[in-house]
Ligand binder design. Structure first.
Ligand SMILES: CC(C)(COP(=O)(O)OP(=O)(O)OC[C@H]1O[C@@H](n2cnc3c(N)ncnc32)[C@H](O)[C@@H]1OP(=O)(O)O)[C@@H](O)C(=O)NCCC(=O)NCCS
Length: 188
């Protein structure tokens, strides 16, 4: 099973490339912006070998200024939520539970930091039905919509409870959500 682990300094170049391969699902990053996010993160996880990661999750807590309008929206409307700034799994590593393990760890870290929920946004336009299905599967529900003034993207904000029982390795409720039932298809 692919390891989920803290981001290492040797991962940075590959993580930048991984991130920028996933535009527009995630916003593009310059090296300095990635460094800033990693330093501000409540939790920064990679998957796979050090230096050649196949996934990234960045969870932001209360530290630092809002990282753009979507983070600001979640902070303002749902201060009980830690903010998932970005998540991605390389195409060849998808569908193996890495995203679920990232989120289980995030749900545990958020709860430990005193947050009751996880919040994030997913693109509606340009559409990202895979991510909507993934989040729906993990128990996220829509709490608002907005247009990102930086780029015109239409986004939906999603929230799910944090999970004190979850650390990404224990079989907490977050990992168990959906059980073995087939996940529904993306809404819309
Ligand atoms: C969204 C993403 C992170 C999911 O990662 P992943 O490792 O493939 O997800 P998992 O294998 O952990 O899947 C978790 C659950 O979501 C469901 N799911 C994941 N991708 C799905 C898809 N494309 N369609 C339907 N359901 C999906 C799975 O069925 C799974 O449920 P199950 O365990 O009950 O079967 C990955 O597809 C990705 O990186 N996409 C490109 C970047 C992106 O869109 N990031 C999100 C920006 S908001």
């Amino acid at each position: 099973m692919t390891r989920v682990r803290p981001v290492a300094p040797q991962d940075r170049a590959a993580l930048l490339a991984l991130n920028n391969r996933h535009v527009p699902a995630v916003n593009a990053l310059e090296p300095a912006a990635l460094s800033r996010l990693l330093e501000a993160a409540l939790l920064a996880l990679a998957a796979g070998p050090v230096g050649a990661p196949t996934g990234l999750l960045i969870l932001l807590g209360p530290a630092g200024p809002a990282e753009g309008p979507n983070h600001a929206w979640v902070r303002e409307h749902h201060p009980e939520a830690a903010y998932i700034d970005r998540v991605m799994v390389s195409a060849t590593a998808r569908g193996q539970g890495l995203g679920r393990r990232f989120y289980a760890a995030a749900a545990g870290a958020a709860a430990q930091a005193g947050f009751a929920a996880l919040g994030c946004e997913v693109n509606l336009d340009p559409p990202n039905p895979e991510s909507l299905a993934f989040h729906h599967c993990l128990g996220f529900r829509p709490v608002g919509e907005a247009t990102d003034p930086r780029n015109g993207k239409r986004v939906v904000y999603l929230l799910a409870p944090a999970d004190p029982a979850s650390d990404g390795t224990l079989d907490g409720t977050f990992l168990a959500r959906c059980g073995n039932a087939p996940c529904p298809v993306a809404p819309g």
